[in-house]
Design a protein around this ligand. Structure first.
Ligand SMILES: [Zn+2]
Length: 254
C-alpha cells in the first residue's frame, strides 16, 4: 500500500511502564492535587518530560534540551497565530474543515490494543476516539479542571492533530522538522529530526490557538487516569520526580 501512515499519538504512557507485567503500586495522589501541581508546571518542566520520551535524548545536554524546548514552543505558538489569521478563525472544527481535513470520531480504535486518544494520518485524516473524551470528561466534577470538559478536550485533541497536519504540509521549512541531529557521519552523514519537538510544538500550538492558561501536556496524566489510576500515578510520580530532581541540583548550586 503506497499510503504511508504516520501515527501521532498524543500519549504513549500506556506503552510504557504502566502496563509492565510486574506493575508496581504507585503512591496514591488525589486527582485535584495532581491537577493543582500539573497546572503549575512551566514549559521548561514539560520540556523535560517530553525529552524523557525522546529516543535521541542521550545525545543532548540539559542546556541543549532547554533551547530545543524553547524553540519548539515558539514554533507552535507562532504557527497558531499564523493559522488563526490565515483562516480567520480559532474554531478547531472550522479550521479542520477549511484545511480539508476529514475528522472521524469512532468510539475506540479498530482492533483495540494500545489505548489511543487521537491520531493524524497523512495526508488529511484526523481521528479522535470519543471513548477517552467521555471517560475523561467524567472527571471534571471530581477535580474541577476545566480542560477536561468535553468541548475543551475535543478542541485540544483536534488542535494538537491539526498542528501535525500543518507540520506535514510544511515539512521542508518548519522548525520541528528542519532541526536535525547527526546520528553518524561515516561513510555518509545520517541526520534525524527530533520527534519530541513535534509534540512540544503541537501542545504549544493548541494552547496558543485556544488561549489556554495551562499546558495541555497535563492531559498526558489526566487522560491516562480515566483508564488506569495506578498508571497515571506512576506517570505523575515520574514527572514530579524528574523536576524535583532538577530543582535540587539547581538549589545546590546557589
Ligand atoms: Zn502529537
Amino acid at each position: 500500500m503506497g499510503k504511508q501512515e504516520k501515527w501521532n499519538r498524543l500519549l504513549d504512557a500506556f506503552s510504557g511502564k504502566g502496563t509492565a507485567p510486574s506493575c508496581p503500586e504507585y503512591p496514591e495522589v488525589e486527582l485535584s492535587e495532581m491537577v493543582r501541581t500539573l497546572e503549575g508546571f512551566s514549559e521548561k518542566e514539560w520540556g523535560r518530560y517530553a525529552f524523557s520520551r525522546e529516543p535521541l535524548e542521550g545525545k543532548f545536554s540539559e542546556a541543549q534540551k532547554e533551547e530545543y524546548t524553547r524553540k519548539a514552543n515558539e514554533c507552535g505558538r507562532t504557527l497558531a497565530e499564523q493559522i488563526a489569521k490565515e483562516y480567520g478563525t480559532r474554531d478547531t472544527k472550522k479550521l479542520a474543515e477549511k484545511m480539508g481535513m476529514k475528522v472521524k470520531m469512532p468510539k475506540v480504535p479498530v482492533g483495540g490494543g494500545l489505548v489511543l486518544f487521537a491520531q493524524y494520518v497523512e495526508p488529511d485524516e484526523i481521528t479522535i476516539f470519543t471513548d477517552c473524551v467521555d471517560k475523561a470528561s467524567e472527571l471534571v466534577e471530581e477535580c474541577g479542571c476545566s480542560l477536561l470538559k468535553r468541548e475543551n478536550l475535543m478542541n485540544v485533541l483536534l488542535a494538537h492533530e491539526l498542528f501535525h497536519a500543518v507540520e506535514e504540509k510544511h515539512a521542508k521549512e518548519i522548525y520541528t522538522r528542519t532541526e536535525k541531529v547527526e546520528l553518524w557521519r561515516k561513510p555518509f552523514s545520517n541526520k534525524s529530526s527530533i520527534s519530541c519537538l513535534s509534540e512540544i510544538a503541537a501542545m504549544a500550538f493548541a494552547a496558543q490557538l485556544l488561549h489556554l492558561t495551562v499546558s495541555p501536556y497535563m492531559l498526558d496524566v489526566l487522560l491516562v487516569y480515566s483508564y488506569d489510576k495506578n498508571a497515571a500515578w506512576g506517570l505523575y510520580d515520574e514527572i514530579v520526580s524528574m523536576n524535583n530532581y532538577n530543582l535540587k541540583i539547581m538549589s545546590s548550586l546557589i
